[in-house]
Design a protein around this ligand. Structure first.
Ligand SMILES: Nc1ncnc2c1ncn2[C@@H]1O[C@H](COP(=O)(O)OP(=O)(O)OP(=O)(O)O)[C@@H](O)[C@H]1O
Length: 310
């Protein structure tokens, strides 16, 4: 059974205006998204800025009001209006994009990491200290760092402290929202590998949000490609990379710089094909699919000239 099941999730935010502050329109941040994540696997949600990835992640954490659709976690219906409220705060933890702003600069590592479990476990001061030291060791930071402040650590180390805090309650699912995009490229791979080790060790399920397909390829068993609040394609990572179906996915895959010299020629061919297909299908697809779509926006984002209308 899937640990996480999201079924036709919709999250619309009202846009208010006028002197009466009435709802005049809405942003369809998430507009009918479905996927399942089996226990112990990593699911990647990829898409450009504003496509609805974070809004989906927050809905799983219970941090967003759901307009329509269902979220099930570990067999529990999380947004059943008539049913009993299910509290997933202990089982679902989040790690954030920016390790510089997500740790309180005025708190010591001891308090940062102990904070989540202080609400759940009544430990003595000594037991608490021991537990934090064990967690620090586990994430590869010396136990003697316990009295330090966040500014005394590098970005990669801070992200490890964020992970120590996230795993302190033995969660089942971790939502990682762009966990390495604020880090130097040189430390990104280290942090990703470390996350995978922790995942294996603890049989964690990971929900991984990123805009970088290279990162997603490295980490995920399955991926969903999100575009303007919808999943345009969804499946096993390998299948999506080897045989992308949707023109938007093809463009993302074609944009990955391929550093394997044996595949360079193949990749160049694929790029040329995608370019042609994109030109041909551009208006067909975007006009008829009903996706709200701003021409200027995509040409700016992808730094491409728009094709002539045929
Ligand atoms: N509380 C809110 N009220 C109104 N609109 C919102 C709210 N939260 C998000 N949105 C809008 O919903 C859309 C999706 O945002 P979201 O943050 O989920 O995208 P994203 O794919 O995670 O992008 P990024 O990578 O930039 O974080 C955006 O247009 C955003 O402006």
């Amino acid at each position: 059974m899937a640990l996480l099941k999201v079924d036709d999730l919709k999250i619309h935010f009202p846009i208010r205006g006028g002197i009466l502050n009435r709802k005049i329109d809405e942003v369809r941040a998430v507009d009918g998204v479905s996927f399942e994540v089996p226990e112990g696997e990593t699911y990647g949600l990829v898409g450009e800025s504003g496509s609805g990835k974070t809004t989906t992640g927050k809905a799983i954490m219970g941090l967003n009001n759901i307009t329509d659709g269902e979220v099930y976690f570990d067999g529990n219906h999380l947004n059943d209006k008539k049913g009993k409220k299910v509290d997933v705060r202990k089982d679902v933890q989040m790690i954030f994009q920016d390790p510089y702003s997500s740790l309180n600069p005025r708190k010591r590592v001891l308090d940062i990491i102990a904070e989540p479990f202080r609400n759940y476990e009544k430990l003595t001061k000594n037991e608490e200290k021991k537990k934090v030291q064990e967690l620090l060791e586990r994430v590869g930071i010396g136990a003697d760092s316990i009295m330090k402040y966040p500014h005394e650590f590098s970005g990669g180390q801070r992200q490890r402290i964020g992970v120590a805090r996230a795993i302190a309650l033995n969660p089942k699912l971790i939502i990682a929202d762009e966990p390495v995009s604020a880090l130097d490229v040189s430390v990104q791979a280290q942090v990703l590998n470390f996350l995978q080790d922790i995942q294996k060790d603890m049989n964690l399920t990971l929900f991984f949000i990123a805009h970088d397909l290279g990162v997603i390829k490295h980490m995920c068993d399955r991926i969903g490609i999100m575009y303007q609040g919808r999943l345009v394609e969804e499946g096993l990572t390998e299948d999506i990379f080897n045989n992308p179906q949707h023109i938007y996915t093809k463009r993302l895959v074609a944009a990955i710089p391929d550093i394997d010299p044996r595949r360079r020629e193949e990749h160049h061919k694929f790029r040329a094909q995608v370019k042609e297909e994109y030109q041909q299908s551009f208006y067909d697809y975007f006009d008829e699919s009903g996706l709200a779509y701003e021409l200027k926006n995509i040409s700016d984002t992808h730094k491409v000239a728009l094709p002539e209308r045929g």
